[in-house]
Ligand binder design. Structure first.
Ligand code: MEV
Length: 298
Protein backbone atom coordinates (compact mmCIF):
# COMPACT_ATOMS: atom_id res chain seq x y z
CA UNK A 1 0.00 0.00 0.00
CA UNK A 2 1.31 3.46 -0.93
CA UNK A 3 0.51 6.55 1.08
CA UNK A 4 0.80 10.17 -0.04
CA UNK A 5 -0.06 13.46 1.63
CA UNK A 6 -0.82 17.02 0.57
CA UNK A 7 -1.32 20.09 2.76
CA UNK A 8 -4.17 22.58 2.83
CA UNK A 9 -3.53 26.19 1.83
CA UNK A 10 -4.63 29.67 2.64
CA UNK A 11 -4.57 32.64 0.27
CA UNK A 12 -3.07 35.68 1.96
CA UNK A 13 -3.45 38.14 -0.92
CA UNK A 14 -5.08 38.43 -4.31
CA UNK A 15 -7.86 35.83 -4.48
CA UNK A 16 -10.32 36.38 -7.34
CA UNK A 17 -8.07 39.03 -8.94
CA UNK A 18 -5.60 36.16 -9.57
CA UNK A 19 -8.20 34.52 -11.86
CA UNK A 20 -7.89 37.62 -14.10
CA UNK A 21 -4.10 37.46 -14.38
CA UNK A 22 -3.25 39.60 -11.33
CA UNK A 23 -0.75 38.33 -8.72
CA UNK A 24 -1.70 36.21 -5.70
CA UNK A 25 0.15 35.04 -2.57
CA UNK A 26 -0.65 31.76 -0.82
CA UNK A 27 0.93 29.64 1.91
CA UNK A 28 0.56 25.95 2.78
CA UNK A 29 -1.16 24.98 6.03
CA UNK A 30 0.66 21.88 7.13
CA UNK A 31 -1.49 21.09 10.16
CA UNK A 32 -4.46 20.50 7.86
CA UNK A 33 -3.84 17.82 5.26
CA UNK A 34 -5.22 15.05 3.10
CA UNK A 35 -3.69 11.57 3.19
CA UNK A 36 -4.44 9.08 0.45
CA UNK A 37 -3.60 5.36 0.61
CA UNK A 38 -3.63 3.36 -2.59
CA UNK A 39 -3.76 -0.45 -2.68
CA UNK A 40 -4.53 -3.15 -5.23
CA UNK A 41 -8.12 -4.35 -5.50
CA UNK A 42 -10.24 -6.38 -7.95
CA UNK A 43 -12.17 -3.29 -8.95
CA UNK A 44 -12.11 0.48 -8.35
CA UNK A 45 -13.40 1.46 -4.92
CA UNK A 46 -12.82 4.16 -2.34
CA UNK A 47 -13.54 4.96 1.27
CA UNK A 48 -13.25 8.24 3.16
CA UNK A 49 -13.28 9.30 6.80
CA UNK A 50 -15.72 12.08 5.98
CA UNK A 51 -18.48 12.63 3.49
CA UNK A 52 -17.23 13.91 0.16
CA UNK A 53 -18.83 17.22 -0.75
CA UNK A 54 -20.92 17.65 -3.88
CA UNK A 55 -18.15 18.57 -6.30
CA UNK A 56 -15.81 15.91 -4.94
CA UNK A 57 -18.48 13.21 -5.26
CA UNK A 58 -19.33 14.27 -8.79
CA UNK A 59 -15.69 14.54 -9.80
CA UNK A 60 -13.88 11.71 -8.00
CA UNK A 61 -14.31 9.16 -10.79
CA UNK A 62 -13.45 11.72 -13.44
CA UNK A 63 -10.47 12.86 -11.38
CA UNK A 64 -9.11 9.31 -11.11
CA UNK A 65 -9.70 8.78 -14.87
CA UNK A 66 -7.82 12.00 -15.62
CA UNK A 67 -4.89 10.94 -13.42
CA UNK A 68 -4.74 7.53 -15.12
CA UNK A 69 -4.86 9.16 -18.56
CA UNK A 70 -2.11 11.65 -17.63
CA UNK A 71 0.06 8.90 -16.12
CA UNK A 72 -0.59 6.68 -19.16
CA UNK A 73 -1.72 3.78 -16.98
CA UNK A 74 -4.67 1.71 -18.17
CA UNK A 75 -5.42 -0.35 -15.06
CA UNK A 76 -7.82 1.05 -12.58
CA UNK A 77 -8.19 -1.82 -10.09
CA UNK A 78 -7.42 0.13 -6.98
CA UNK A 79 -8.78 0.72 -3.54
CA UNK A 80 -8.33 4.32 -2.40
CA UNK A 81 -8.61 5.43 1.20
CA UNK A 82 -8.91 9.16 1.86
CA UNK A 83 -8.28 10.76 5.25
CA UNK A 84 -8.63 14.51 5.66
CA UNK A 85 -8.25 17.16 8.32
CA UNK A 86 -8.90 20.01 5.86
CA UNK A 87 -12.31 21.57 6.46
CA UNK A 88 -14.26 21.03 3.22
CA UNK A 89 -15.56 23.77 0.92
CA UNK A 90 -13.82 26.27 3.18
CA UNK A 91 -11.25 27.96 0.97
CA UNK A 92 -8.45 25.80 2.33
CA UNK A 93 -7.77 24.00 -0.92
CA UNK A 94 -9.28 20.61 -0.10
CA UNK A 95 -9.93 19.85 -3.80
CA UNK A 96 -6.36 20.73 -4.82
CA UNK A 97 -4.97 18.72 -1.89
CA UNK A 98 -7.14 15.72 -2.82
CA UNK A 99 -5.88 15.90 -6.41
CA UNK A 100 -2.20 16.25 -5.43
CA UNK A 101 -2.34 13.43 -2.85
CA UNK A 102 -4.12 11.16 -5.35
CA UNK A 103 -1.65 11.93 -8.15
CA UNK A 104 1.31 11.20 -5.86
CA UNK A 105 -0.26 8.05 -4.37
CA UNK A 106 -1.30 6.55 -7.71
CA UNK A 107 2.06 7.41 -9.35
CA UNK A 108 3.90 5.76 -6.48
CA UNK A 109 1.67 2.69 -6.70
CA UNK A 110 2.75 2.19 -10.32
CA UNK A 111 6.40 3.17 -9.66
CA UNK A 112 6.10 6.27 -11.81
CA UNK A 113 8.51 9.06 -10.91
CA UNK A 114 6.96 12.52 -11.26
CA UNK A 115 8.57 15.93 -10.95
CA UNK A 116 6.75 18.57 -8.91
CA UNK A 117 6.20 20.45 -12.17
CA UNK A 118 4.38 17.46 -13.66
CA UNK A 119 2.32 16.89 -10.47
CA UNK A 120 1.32 20.56 -10.61
CA UNK A 121 0.34 20.32 -14.28
CA UNK A 122 -1.93 17.32 -13.65
CA UNK A 123 -3.37 18.96 -10.51
CA UNK A 124 -4.18 22.08 -12.55
CA UNK A 125 -6.14 19.92 -15.01
CA UNK A 126 -7.93 18.36 -12.00
CA UNK A 127 -8.82 21.78 -10.63
CA UNK A 128 -10.55 22.54 -13.93
CA UNK A 129 -12.89 19.62 -13.20
CA UNK A 130 -13.78 21.13 -9.84
CA UNK A 131 -13.79 24.85 -10.57
CA UNK A 132 -14.07 25.44 -14.30
CA UNK A 133 -11.64 28.38 -14.57
CA UNK A 134 -9.03 28.06 -11.79
CA UNK A 135 -6.10 30.45 -11.72
CA UNK A 136 -3.73 27.63 -10.73
CA UNK A 137 -2.65 29.19 -7.42
CA UNK A 138 -4.29 26.50 -5.26
CA UNK A 139 -2.72 23.48 -6.96
CA UNK A 140 0.66 25.29 -7.09
CA UNK A 141 0.91 26.08 -3.37
CA UNK A 142 -0.37 22.61 -2.45
CA UNK A 143 2.06 20.84 -4.84
CA UNK A 144 5.17 22.74 -3.71
CA UNK A 145 4.12 22.97 -0.04
CA UNK A 146 5.86 26.36 0.27
CA UNK A 147 4.77 30.03 0.25
CA UNK A 148 4.25 31.11 -3.35
CA UNK A 149 3.87 34.31 -5.30
CA UNK A 150 1.77 33.47 -8.33
CA UNK A 151 1.44 35.72 -11.35
CA UNK A 152 -0.20 35.05 -14.70
CA UNK A 153 0.15 31.28 -14.48
CA UNK A 154 3.78 31.40 -13.32
CA UNK A 155 4.98 30.90 -9.78
CA UNK A 156 7.96 32.03 -7.71
CA UNK A 157 8.75 30.72 -4.27
CA UNK A 158 8.11 33.62 -1.89
CA UNK A 159 11.02 34.65 0.32
CA UNK A 160 10.04 35.47 3.90
CA UNK A 161 12.51 37.43 6.00
CA UNK A 162 10.69 36.67 9.26
CA UNK A 163 8.24 33.95 10.36
CA UNK A 164 4.56 34.80 10.26
CA UNK A 165 1.88 33.56 12.67
CA UNK A 166 -1.62 32.95 11.37
CA UNK A 167 -4.96 32.10 12.92
CA UNK A 168 -7.57 30.61 10.56
CA UNK A 169 -11.22 30.48 11.58
CA UNK A 170 -14.12 28.86 9.78
CA UNK A 171 -17.61 30.36 9.44
CA UNK A 172 -19.14 26.87 9.26
CA UNK A 173 -20.72 27.91 5.95
CA UNK A 174 -19.75 25.68 3.04
CA UNK A 175 -19.06 27.63 -0.07
CA UNK A 176 -18.60 26.44 -3.66
CA UNK A 177 -15.53 28.04 -5.27
CA UNK A 178 -17.05 27.35 -8.68
CA UNK A 179 -20.24 29.25 -7.87
CA UNK A 180 -18.52 32.20 -6.17
CA UNK A 181 -15.96 32.55 -9.00
CA UNK A 182 -18.72 32.43 -11.60
CA UNK A 183 -20.74 35.06 -9.68
CA UNK A 184 -17.70 37.38 -9.75
CA UNK A 185 -17.32 36.68 -13.49
CA UNK A 186 -20.96 37.72 -14.12
CA UNK A 187 -20.54 40.96 -12.16
CA UNK A 188 -17.19 41.62 -13.86
CA UNK A 189 -18.82 41.26 -17.30
CA UNK A 190 -21.57 43.67 -16.24
CA UNK A 191 -19.46 46.28 -14.44
CA UNK A 192 -16.15 45.82 -16.25
CA UNK A 193 -14.68 49.23 -15.52
CA UNK A 194 -15.51 49.16 -11.81
CA UNK A 195 -14.31 45.57 -11.32
CA UNK A 196 -11.11 46.13 -13.32
CA UNK A 197 -10.32 49.11 -11.07
CA UNK A 198 -10.93 46.97 -7.96
CA UNK A 199 -8.72 44.17 -9.31
CA UNK A 200 -6.00 46.77 -10.09
CA UNK A 201 -6.09 47.84 -6.44
CA UNK A 202 -5.95 44.24 -5.20
CA UNK A 203 -3.00 43.66 -7.56
CA UNK A 204 -1.15 46.68 -6.11
CA UNK A 205 -1.76 45.41 -2.57
CA UNK A 206 -0.39 41.98 -3.47
CA UNK A 207 2.75 43.52 -4.98
CA UNK A 208 3.29 45.61 -1.82
CA UNK A 209 2.73 42.50 0.29
CA UNK A 210 5.42 40.61 -1.65
CA UNK A 211 7.91 43.36 -0.79
CA UNK A 212 6.73 43.42 2.84
CA UNK A 213 7.30 39.64 3.13
CA UNK A 214 10.77 39.99 1.65
CA UNK A 215 11.64 42.85 4.05
CA UNK A 216 10.02 41.29 7.12
CA UNK A 217 7.57 44.23 7.52
CA UNK A 218 4.95 42.35 9.50
CA UNK A 219 2.80 45.31 10.57
CA UNK A 220 2.63 46.50 6.99
CA UNK A 221 1.40 43.03 5.99
CA UNK A 222 -1.43 43.31 8.53
CA UNK A 223 -2.55 46.67 7.12
CA UNK A 224 -2.47 45.28 3.59
CA UNK A 225 -4.63 42.32 4.66
CA UNK A 226 -7.26 44.74 6.04
CA UNK A 227 -7.25 46.67 2.78
CA UNK A 228 -7.52 43.47 0.76
CA UNK A 229 -10.55 42.43 2.83
CA UNK A 230 -12.27 45.77 2.19
CA UNK A 231 -11.79 45.28 -1.57
CA UNK A 232 -13.12 41.71 -1.36
CA UNK A 233 -16.21 43.15 0.34
CA UNK A 234 -16.57 45.50 -2.61
CA UNK A 235 -16.55 42.67 -5.14
CA UNK A 236 -19.26 41.12 -2.99
CA UNK A 237 -17.59 37.88 -1.91
CA UNK A 238 -17.75 38.48 1.83
CA UNK A 239 -20.76 37.84 4.05
CA UNK A 240 -21.78 38.88 7.55
CA UNK A 241 -20.28 35.79 9.19
CA UNK A 242 -16.89 36.40 7.51
CA UNK A 243 -17.01 40.09 8.45
CA UNK A 244 -17.84 39.19 12.04
CA UNK A 245 -14.84 36.85 12.29
CA UNK A 246 -12.59 39.51 10.75
CA UNK A 247 -13.83 42.17 13.19
CA UNK A 248 -13.49 39.82 16.16
CA UNK A 249 -9.90 39.00 15.22
CA UNK A 250 -9.08 42.70 14.83
CA UNK A 251 -10.71 43.69 18.13
CA UNK A 252 -8.72 40.96 19.88
CA UNK A 253 -5.49 42.49 18.58
CA UNK A 254 -4.76 40.85 15.20
CA UNK A 255 -2.39 42.90 13.01
CA UNK A 256 -4.68 42.29 10.06
CA UNK A 257 -7.46 39.95 8.95
CA UNK A 258 -9.32 39.06 5.80
CA UNK A 259 -11.49 36.40 4.24
CA UNK A 260 -9.37 33.75 2.55
CA UNK A 261 -10.17 31.90 -0.67
CA UNK A 262 -13.37 32.20 -2.64
CA UNK A 263 -15.46 33.71 0.18
CA UNK A 264 -19.25 33.67 0.77
CA UNK A 265 -18.47 31.33 3.65
CA UNK A 266 -15.36 29.29 4.40
CA UNK A 267 -12.49 30.85 6.32
CA UNK A 268 -10.87 34.04 7.45
CA UNK A 269 -7.16 34.37 8.16
CA UNK A 270 -5.73 36.69 10.80
CA UNK A 271 -2.10 37.76 11.16
CA UNK A 272 -1.01 37.75 14.80
CA UNK A 273 2.15 38.25 16.84
CA UNK A 274 3.37 36.77 20.12
CA UNK A 275 1.36 39.24 22.20
CA UNK A 276 -1.97 38.94 20.36
CA UNK A 277 -1.90 35.24 19.39
CA UNK A 278 -3.69 33.75 22.43
CA UNK A 279 -6.27 36.56 22.66
CA UNK A 280 -7.18 36.22 18.98
CA UNK A 281 -7.46 32.42 19.20
CA UNK A 282 -9.63 32.68 22.32
CA UNK A 283 -11.93 35.34 20.83
CA UNK A 284 -12.38 33.44 17.55
CA UNK A 285 -13.07 30.15 19.35
CA UNK A 286 -16.12 31.78 20.93
CA UNK A 287 -17.78 32.19 17.52
CA UNK A 288 -16.10 29.55 15.34
CA UNK A 289 -16.02 25.78 15.81
CA UNK A 290 -12.89 25.38 13.73
CA UNK A 291 -9.89 27.54 14.60
CA UNK A 292 -6.43 26.57 13.33
CA UNK A 293 -3.14 28.18 14.36
CA UNK A 294 -0.19 27.86 12.02
CA UNK A 295 3.32 29.28 11.71
CA UNK A 296 5.00 29.93 8.37
CA UNK A 297 8.78 29.90 8.71
CA UNK A 298 11.24 31.54 6.25
C1 MEV B 1 -9.80 29.96 -4.54
O1 MEV B 1 -9.04 29.35 -3.51
C2 MEV B 1 -9.07 31.17 -5.06
C3 MEV B 1 -9.80 31.92 -6.17
O2 MEV B 1 -8.96 33.03 -6.52
C4 MEV B 1 -10.02 31.05 -7.39
C5 MEV B 1 -8.74 30.69 -8.13
O3 MEV B 1 -7.72 31.33 -7.97
O4 MEV B 1 -8.82 29.73 -8.91
C6 MEV B 1 -11.13 32.48 -5.70
Amino acid sequence: METAKAPGKIILFGEHAVVYGYPGIAVPVKNAEIEVSVSHSDYFSYETDRELYKEEKECLNELVDLIFFQLEVDKKELHIKIKSTIPIASGMGSSAALAVALIKGIAEHFDILLTEKKINEIAFESEKLFHGTPSGIDNTVVTYGKPVYFYDGEMQLLKLKKPIYLVIANTGIKSSTKEVVSGVRQRYERYKEEYSALFDKIGEITEKAKTAFENGEIEQLGELMDKNHALLQQIDVSCKELDELVETAKLAGALGAKLAGAGKGGNIVALVDESSKDKVIEALKKISKNVIYTEIKP
